[in-house]
Design a protein around this ligand. Structure first.
Ligand code: 5AD
Ligand code: SF4
Length: 426
């Protein structure tokens, strides 16, 4: 928790051990001097001073030790590199914006030393803009029914699959366990595009989870605008909706019956409603060129999201793309590092798909500029049925084990699971 030290209109200033972050007060009735939890830059809960001081006392030494470790891991070593790369990286210090050609050139980096220098620069920017704060959300996959037929996805309509739909009671129960027993302050509710879940069903679920002092994050696909509006009114405050690819032709070839224009319009609408936005793309779709990857990063930036979410394409059994090639892990690390350099104060997620590509990639991604993670809290019997791609990294990991692994990783990197605040200029 942090302490509110100032309120200017809708914006509050929260102090975490002397470090101050801006938050949106939203609907929490907090005043100066109150102790609060914030997530996604929104105050989600207030707690008593006694409870807050107890937690802060337990955290104090650890907090400063972690900060020190992070600073140590964020130095840029003296690594030999070409003049061309050095000139591009130098732009960061000069505060100059990148042109597309430079981002393409970064994407083509292949020399081992140069890659190291590039990632270290991105990690250094991450450390300077965010300190050691790392955003950790829980994700609950509540239905694997989907009415869309995306070529890449393992829960597409056209695939024979054992389906499940969690009832309202089951969703609320799983969320309560995550919030009360495991301490999550933000939960992503994810599903296929499943119209069985109407506003009448979902709004009370959102209300109940919001009442637990949790940020409700929706990831329910291209559903109706009215549904998103009702769920905002019910208390949902964040939405994850990737545009998937900035290339219209690729979009239409892998998402039959839908358009990029329509997807982007919905993303803009969600922002207009006031949702904290997470968006991004898949890397490695068929016919994708290097330029498309850079365009994907630039389109994400232009949408001004609070969080970047992108991951590698991973083949899924029983889909038209099952034989399409896997992407190289370094390509993904480069995309993380480019996104960090091109949009310095962004929040960048390391996704499960990247971890699935390579067990070490979660750590490497966090050292190449990423600063956010998600932990799957879906009940095990359902998780294995939510097979958007094969061999998911977290498939056989119990929730508590997943948490322990993540905490161990964060500690080894000197990161702390605290809120990242909001950027007022956005
Ligand atoms: N590989 C990687 N990502 C995938 N998604 C769906 N199928 C795959 C796949 N085979 C991603 C989409 C979607 C998110 C929830 O999962 O980008 O937005
Ligand atoms: Fe459905 Fe999303 Fe999979 Fe497409 S990517 S089939 S919309 S769950």
């Amino acid at each position: 928790p942090g302490k509110i030290v100032e309120i200017k209109g809708k914006i509050g200033v929260v102090d975490y051990f002397g470090e101050q972050k801006n938050v949106l007060m939203d609907f929490a009735k907090a005043k100066v001097g109150d102790y609060v939890y914030a997530q996604g830059g929104l105050v989600v809960n207030t707690i008593s001073e006694r409870e807050a001081l107890e937690i802060l006392e337990a955290w104090k030494d650890m907090f400063f030790a972690l900060k020190k470790a992070d600073e140590k891991l964020s130095v840029i070593e003296d690594i030999p590199a070409s003049q061309k790369l050095l000139a591009i990286l130098q732009k960061v210090n000069l505060g100059k914006p990148f042109v597309k050609e430079e981002l393409l050139s970064l994407l083509r980096t292949s020399n081992k030393d140069e890659l190291r220098l590039f990632y270290e620069n991105a990690n250094n920017v991450r450390q300077k803009t965010h300190g050691n704060a790392c955003c950790v959300h829980g994700i609950l996959e509540f239905s694997n029914v989907c009415e869309q037929n995306c070529f890449y996805c393992g829960i597409r309509k056209g695939k024979r699959l054992k389906h499940y739909r969690m009832s309202s009671g089951e969703i609320i129960g799983a969320a309560r366990y995550a919030a009360e027993e495991l301490g999550f302050k933000a939960l992503v509710l994810q599903s296929g595009e499943d119209s069985w879940y109407t506003a009448e069903i979902l709004a009370p679920v959102v209300e109940a989870i919001r009442a637990m002092g949790v940020l409700v994050f929706l990831s329910i696909g291209s559903r109706e605008k009215e549904l998103y509006k009702s769920l905002y009114e019910a208390g949902a405050r964040a939405a994850l909706l990737r545009f998937e690819t900035s290339n219209e032709k690729i979009f239409e070839s892998v998402r039959p019956g839908t358009t990029l224009k329509g997807r982007l319009e919905l993303i803009e609408y969600l922002k207009k409603l006031g949702y904290v936005l997470a968006t991004g793309f898949i890397v490695g779709l068929p016919n994708e060129r290097e330029e498309d990857v850079v365009n994907n990063i630039l389109l994400t930036k232009s949408l001004k999201p609070e969080m970047y979410s992108f991951g590698p394409f991973i083949p899924a059994a029983g889909t038209p793309l099952v034989k399409h090639a896997l992407v190289d892990k370094n390509l993904l690390l480069k995309v993380i590092a480019i996104a960090r350099l091109a949009d310095q104060d962004s929040n960048i997620l390391v996704t499960t798909a990247l971890e699935t590509l390579d067990k070490r990639a979660k750590r490497e991604g966090m050292l190449a500029g990423a600063n956010s993670l998600m932990i799957n809290i879906t009940p095990r019997r359902y998780k294995k049925l939510y097979c958007i791609y094969d061999n998911r990294a977290d498939n056989n990991i119990a929730i508590k084990k997943g948490i322990k692994e993540t905490i161990d990783l964060l500690h080894s990197l000197g990161r702390a699971p605290t809120d990242l605040g909001v950027h007022i200029a956005r």
